[in-house]
Design a protein around this ligand. Structure first.
Ligand code: SF4
Length: 166
């Protein structure tokens, strides 16, 4: 089953996506999730009880404001901002698929004192559907895709040594 992580990785690096999907996992996913929750709890102590955890097919939204239909996604750093944006758009897409229309998202970077609103428009839906299709094709490939030509995203990637140790 595709998850928001697959979609986010698709927009970062196809090799990263393939490695992750094939169980070559150097990300400490549970630590990352825990860290996100911890940042949220310590940054927004006034919020408890306001947001619910929402489980959808393909995603678990940690902080969903059901009253205002807003997905809150808390991140430590904005280095992967584009992928974060697509992750939230994917949540909005899944909500739409579940019959929840006009939901919006907020990316929150409390350490940077920065927030960004995220919306899902018709073009995004087309791009996401293309990305979902391309992601499924990639996951069926036997061969690992080549590494990125530029190291822009690599320095913060847990596969850095794996990809660049030569
Ligand atoms: S180190 Fe770079 S090339 Fe390798 S998986 Fe990560 S982002 Fe992709």
């Amino acid at each position: 089953m595709l998850t928001a992580t697959h979609i986010a990785y698709y927009f970062i690096c196809h090799r990263k996506l393939w490695l992750f999907a094939n169980g070559i996992n150097m990300e400490h996913t549970s630590d990352t999730v825990y860290e996100g929750k911890l940042i949220h709890e310590t940054s927004y102590p006034q919020r408890p009880g306001k947001y619910t955890e929402l489980e959808l097919a393909g995603a678990k939204i940690d902080f969903y404001d059901a009253k205002n239909k807003v997905v809150h996604e808390v991140k430590k750093s904005d280095k992967m901002e584009e992928a974060h944006r697509w992750q939230v758009k994917y949540y909005l897409y899944l909500l739409l698929e579940s019959g929840i229309e006009d939901a919006t998202g907020v990316l929150e970077y409390p350490k940077l004192r920065k927030t960004e609103q995220v919306f899902l428009n018709e073009d995004d839906i087309k791009d996401l559907e293309a990305a979902i299709k391309a992601t499924k094709n990639l996951l069926n490939k036997e061969e690992c895709p080549p590494r990125l030509k530029k190291k822009t995203f690599c320095r913060n990637c847990s596969y850095f040594d794996f990809c660049w140790s030569d």
